[in-house]
Design a protein around this ligand. Structure first.
Ligand code: HEC
Length: 139
C-alpha cells in the first residue's frame, strides 16, 4: 500500500494537459501532511540537496550511471522497509552483511559504488522513497 497517495489529488483533480503545470498542484497537496508521514515534497528537496540525480535519472524510468529507481520499494518488498533506508545510508554495509537484495543489485552494477549518505535520517529516506514513487507513478 502506498500511504502517501491516499489524498484526493489523483482522483478528483482534473488532469492538466501540460504535465509541467500539474507538478506543483500535486506536490502542493502534500504540504499539510504530518511530519511522521513520508512526504514526497520534502523528498524532492532531499533528492536535490544530495545530488541523487547525478546518477539516477530524474524520470525514475531511465538508466544512467545507476539504475532507474522507479518501483524500487516493490523490488525490496520482501524485506523490512528499514533495509532500504540502510541501503541509501550505506549500501556497502548492507552488501557486506550479505543482504540478498543488496547483493543482487551490487552484482548487476559493480564496480560502480554508490556514495554513502550517513547523515540522512530514516525519515529523510522515507521522504526520498515517497518522492521516487510519486514521480514514477505519475510521469
Ligand atoms: C555516484 C552515483 C550515485 C549517486 C550519486 C547515487 N546513487 Fe544510488 N545507486 C548507484 C549505483 C551504481 C547503484 C547500483 C548498486 C551499486 O552499484 O552499488 C545504486 C542503487 C541505488 C538503489 C537500489 C536500487 C534497486 O533497484 O534496488 C537505491 C534505492 C538508490 N541507489 C538510491 C539513491 C538515492 C536516494 C541517492 C541520493 C541520496 C543515490 N542513490 C545517489 C549510484 C548512485
Amino acid at each position: 500500500m502506498i500511504l502517501w497517495r491516499s489524498t484526493s489529488a489523483h482522483t478528483e483533480e482534473p488532469r492538466l494537459i501540460d504535465s509541467g503545470a500539474i507538478v506543483p498542484a500535486i506536490f502542493g497537496s502534500y504540504a499539510g501532511l504530518p511530519d511522521s508521514i513520508p512526504n514526497p515534497s520534502r523528498g524532492k528537496d532531499v533528492w536535490k540537496i544530495n545530488g541523487c540525480g547525478v546518477c539516477h535519472a530524474q524520470s525514475m524510468k531511465d538508466v544512467l550511471t545507476g539504475p532507474a529507481l522507479g518501483g524500487v520499494t516493490e523490488r525490496w518488498a520482501a524485506h523490512p522497509r528499514e533495509d532500504l533506508y540502510t541501503w541509501i545510508q550505506s549500501s556497502q554495509k548492507l552488501i557486506g552483511e550479505g543482504h540478498p537484495r543488496a547483493i543482487a543489485v551490487w552484482n548487476e552494477w559493480k564496480p560502480t559504488v554508490m556514495p554513502i549518505y550517513p547523515d540522512l535520517t530514516d525519515e529523510e529516506c522515507a521522504d526520498l522513497l515517497a518522492y521516487i514513487e510519486v514521480v514514477y507513478a505519475d510521469y
